[in-house]
Design a protein around this ligand. Structure first.
Ligand SMILES: [Zn+2]
Length: 72
């Protein structure tokens, strides 16, 4: 039973599942960020901006008045 030849260690090296699980999500971020209906609206002044992928509207502040946006 040789040890340390690289065939035995658990949880090391690629192919153990780490990182592979997120591969699906990466494909959606590379291309077009905004699509139909992807809008955030300001509840205070009504300003509408394109929703940015990966950033919830409520974390985006209105460019006009600084109020947190909501999903349109
Ligand atoms: Zn506003």
């Amino acid at each position: 039973m040789p040890r340390g030849d690289g065939t035995g260690p658990l949880g090391q090296g690629p192919g153990t599942g780490k990182g592979l699980g997120r591969g699906t999500g990466r494909g959606r971020m590379g291309g077009r960020a905004a699509g139909p209906g992807g809008l955030c609206v300001c509840p205070a002044c009504g300003e509408k901006i394109e929703h940015q992928a990966g950033i919830p509207c409520y974390e985006v502040k209105c460019p006009k008045c600084g109020t947190n946006m909501i999903r349109a």
